[in-house]
Design a protein around this ligand. Structure first.
Ligand SMILES: Cc1ncc(COP(=O)(O)O)c(C=O)c1O
Length: 443
């Protein structure tokens, strides 16, 4: 019997040569890094590329201050410390995020408290925040997940009512907007990541932004061994608080500066691709494209597509359906991925409640709360992560791709859904042994 899908030896839909690998590195990027090497100046808090990146990104976002860090996690940790969060304090964040959103709180001896998501936007559900606020709550970290802004008006209203600081985790949201305002300028502070997968890649790195001079000063102390420095002032080598060495270096800073010049263009391309996929994939029964509110501008950092096997009359375990489809699409040549499979609370770190020994920070005598980390409190997050896949991968995200590739992707989706019985025949046990991020060709 002849079969249609590539997984069953049918013809492959998407040719590999049509894909553009991320990050796209052009001559100017190479020159910028070579100039650093030629100058011999590779490091320093006031080195020209670190300062240049800070001032150019502050101007890009529209904040008074920007400080460059060696990761988004470090920048978030510094923001949490700048907010004065410490032993016994609780900080609210989204149940669906990358670990760093919560870890930055633990590193400050604070306690992360998770709130379930809005199933439509995949962002923290503002309607569920207030029930988690206690007298210990000090801040909210909304995460602009997948590059789509969280509902900041509602979050800020709640924060003001309860006197809480808002730190935007914009690690995934460079160049995005909420109601006409740039993400990064709306909360008290914000951070962005420069890791290579991001729309603004720097190898590794992070950027902290704020309009508040005190927050800037405190975050800078955390970055620099606890030393206090006015902007442009030399080092004193005197520590006033516990700090780390979170500085970035000249080569990644020069590379990120060069990439920043193309961020808007790449984001525009990413939006064009994301919107095209949404229009076309919505026509296929059993698929629900991501929702971007009309007042927001997303950068489609991750394109999360919801699967609805019930619409096809299928009574199948959602993860099994997801994995079968993933396998079928990869064999067709579509870059699809799974990113995060469970809410953050499911990590053993939170189940065991032991960060750095002796149950700290949860066992800290200053903490008199009793946060509960129970998976069943996060049904919307669990449902989303079981029933969705990411279109695009870290190697081949949407931002640099041509529209013709998106057209081929849609064709591959149509083929898979037109031959759904062939998808259902796939044995995913081999694929699962390779791990959720394992690629079909590595089996
Ligand atoms: C939502 C979120 N927060 C924080 C981070 C941490 O950034 P980095 O990897 O630069 O430490 C990331 C990125 O990886 C992220 O996706």
């Amino acid at each position: 019997m002849s079969r249609n899908l590539a997984v069953h030896k049918g013809e492959k839909t998407v040719p590999t040569e049509n894909k553009i690998r991320w990050p796209v590195i052009i001559e100017e990027d190479k020159q910028a890094v070579m100039e650093v090497l030629n100058s011999g100046k590779l490091w320093g808090p006031y080195a020209p590329n670190c300062r240049g990146l800070e001032s150019e990104f502050a101007a890009y976002v529209g904040t008074k201050y920007c400080i460059a860090f060696n990761s988004g996690t470090a920048a978030l940790h510094a923001a949490v410390r700048a907010a004065g969060i410490g032993p016994g304090d609780e900080v609210i964040t989204s149940a669906y995020s990358f670990l760093a959103s919560a870890v930055a709180v633990l590193h400050s001896n604070g306690i992360p408290v998770f709130v379930d998501i809005d199933p439509k936007t995949h962002n923290i559900d503002p309607g569920k925040i207030e029930e988690k606020i206690t007298e210990k709550t000090k801040a909210i970290i909304p995460v602009h997940i997948e590059g789509t802004p969280a509902d900041l008006d509602e979050i800020l209203r709640i924060a003001e009512k309860h006197d809480l600081i808002v730190i935007e985790d914009a690690a995934e949201a460079h160049g995005t907007k909420y109601k006409g305002r740039n993400i990064g300028t709306i909360g008290d502070m914000a951070i962005f990541s420069l890791n290579t997968t991001k729309n603004l890649p720097g190898g590794e790195g992070g950027l902290f932004v704020t309009n508040n001079v005190e927050y800037r000063g405190r975050a800078n102390m955390v970055r620099m061994f606890g030393e206090y420095m006015e902007e442009g002032e030399g080092r004193s080598y005197v520590a006033y608080t516990l700090g780390w060495n979170y500085r970035t270096q000249e080569m990644p800073a020069a590379f990120a500066r060069s990439q920043l010049r193309r961020l808007d263009k790449n984001n525009e391309n990413s939006r064009r691709n994301g919107e095209y996929l949404s229009r076309e994939l919505a026509k296929i029964k059993g698929l629900e494209p991501p929702f971007v509110p009309a007042h927001s501008v997303s950068n489609y950092y991750k394109y999360r597509l919801r699967l609805k096997p019930k619409e096809l009359g299928l009574d199948i375990d959602p993860e099994e359906f997801r994995d079968k489809l993933l396998f079928a699409l990869r064999e067709e040549g579509v870059d699809v991925a799974i990113w995060q499979t469970k809410p953050l609370v499911s990590n053993p770190l939170f189940q065991i409640k032991d960060g750095y020994g002796s149950g700290c920070p949860w066992s800290c005598p200053f903490y008199n709360g009793d946060v509960i980390y129970s998976e069943e409190h996060y049904p919307a997050t669990i449902d989303l992560l079981k029933n969705s896949i990411i279109v695009g991968s870290e190697e081949y995200p949407l931002f640099p791709q041509k529209l013709t590739l998106m057209q081929q992707y849609v064709e591959a989706f149509r083929k898979a859904f037109d031959n759904i019985e062939e998808v259902l025949e796939i044995d995913v046990s081999k694929f699962r042994r390779a791990g959720v991020t394992g690629r079909a060709e590595e089996l």
